[in-house]
Design a protein around this ligand. Structure first.
Ligand SMILES: Nc1ncnc2c1ncn2[C@@H]1O[C@H](COP(=O)(O)OP(=O)(O)OP(=O)(O)O)[C@@H](O)[C@H]1O
Length: 386
């Protein structure tokens, strides 16, 4: 196990690049990068052109799972590759337990890595992939014994259903099976650090859900420091001890999912972290519409923090609104309203089956809200009557 520290990391790509990336000579890493770049090209939300990580600092505490969550192209994989040593940053330090690992090659850092494409050895069976760490060492009867024990323990932890795929080669394994073999391969080497880059992105939804719970169990069992990269909010929420929200080369906020949701540092974080995909993460409203002294500010209010009242109960502390749309969701036990107040449209989550219909006129009140500076996007204050 290890505490990982990133200190003042800088890395530039594109036309503002200060230097060429020093790619550690590793054919697998280079192929993975090419594939990754093609995928990023196709899906990135970040403006094309220069990309920079400037003076990034981050600590991943010993034994914790830190999920790096951010939009496509914000630099999550770059960060993971810097931690792994697959890329040397232009400047800054990476420390494992306080020791600078600049001169330690990736293969000697005791890392278990699982990438999107799993990078299994195609000519090895599943069993030999799981044991590949031992297969590359000088063969001795003692090593065979250790390997057998490790293998036994790993397959127990991965679940009984790994047995039937052991003699198959990767070409004959499904995405979920490859993923289990890749994780098994990591566990067998007893890493001090797990690095996982969207390992479930090739799986369909039910399998993703199954395997992420399985992975959570494994991570709990081993207490290995883990960095998990994803842009899937549900995955992040389930797996994270700590979340780091990333945006265009910057870590915007670090904390538990609950802390970040309750006290977002910025409009980006407030609008990005969404506990419930039924509604937008937060409603942003023009401060001036709420009160004159809030001119130049933006109000952020979560859908669950909006309550409604009859027109007759509208007071100084409530706003007039018109219902645009009503959706009842019996599974989640909520009724979602879309209402318009002034020029602002917003969503409210109410108890299931609330008797409201489109075009109703009503009053709305905020139980809690955040105030953001319109120019910097930073949170200035929060208010709650909950
Ligand atoms: N070796 C490289 N050379 C030039 N640009 C690169 C290189 N690697 C990454 N980039 C650029 O850096 C940015 C961040 O890429 P990165 O793969 O780290 O993002 P990401 O957050 O992991 O994205 P995704 O969620 O889509 O996988 C992108 O704009 C990408 O095009």
């Amino acid at each position: 196990m290890a505490t990982i520290e990133l200190q003042n990391i800088c890395q530039h790509f594109g036309h503002n690049a200060k230097a060429h990336v020093e790619e550690v000579v590793n054919p697998f890493a280079m192929v993975a990068r090419l594939v990754k770049n093609m995928q990023t090209e196709m899906t990135s939300n970040v403006p094309k052109g220069a990309f920079a990580i400037d003076n990034l600092n981050l600590t991943i505490p010993d034994g914790k799972t830190m999920v790096i969550l951010g939009p496509s192209g914000c630099g999550k994989t770059t960060l993971l590759r810097i931690i792994a040593g697959l890329m040397r940053p232009e400047s800054g330090n990476v420390l494992y337990d306080g020791v600078d690992v600049k001169d330690i090659p990736p293969g000697e850092r005791q890392i278990g890595m699982v990438f999107q494409n799993y990078a299994l050895y195609p000519h090895f069976t599943a069993k030999n992939n799981i044991l590949s760490y031992f297969r590359f060492q000088k063969h001795t009867p003692e090593l065979d014994l250790v390997a057998q024990e490790k293998y036994q323990k790993t397959s127990e932890l991965l679940g009984v259903d790994i047995d039937y795929l052991l003699d198959k080669k990767p070409a004959h394994l499904s995405g979920g099976e490859k993923q289990r073999v890749a994780i098994g391969r990591c566990i067998t080497r007893e890493p001090k650090l797990f690095l996982l880059d969207e390992p479930f992105s090739n799986l369909d939804q039910p399998l993703r859900e199954k395997y992420r719970l399985h992975l959570k169990k494994l991570l709990r069992h081993f207490h290995i420091t883990t960095v998990y990269v994803t842009h899937d909010q549900q995955e992040a929420m389930i797996l994270a001890d700590l979340l780091a929200i990333m945006n265009i080369g910057r870590i915007e906020q670090v904390g538990t999912p609950e802390e970040i949701y309750a006290q977002p540092h910025s409009m980006f974080v407030a609008g990005f972290l969404n506990f419930d995909s039924e509604t937008p993460a937060i409603n942003f409203l023009d401060g001036a519409f709420i009160a004159q002294e809030l001119n130049g500010m933006v109000i952020g209010v979560r859908s669950e923090d909006i309550e409604v009242c009859d027109q007759g109960q509208i007071s100084e502390t409530s706003l007039r609104a018109r219902v645009i749309d009503v959706r009842h969701n019996p599974i989640k036990n909520v009724t979602i309203l879309c209402v318009k107040a002034g020029n602002d449209e917003m969503y409210a989550s109410l108890p299931f089956n609330t008797r409201i219909t489109p075009r109703d006129e009503l009053g709305i009140r905020f139980k809690a809200y955040h105030v953001f500076d319109k120019t910097t996007g930073l949170r200035i204050q929060s208010s709650s009557t909950r």
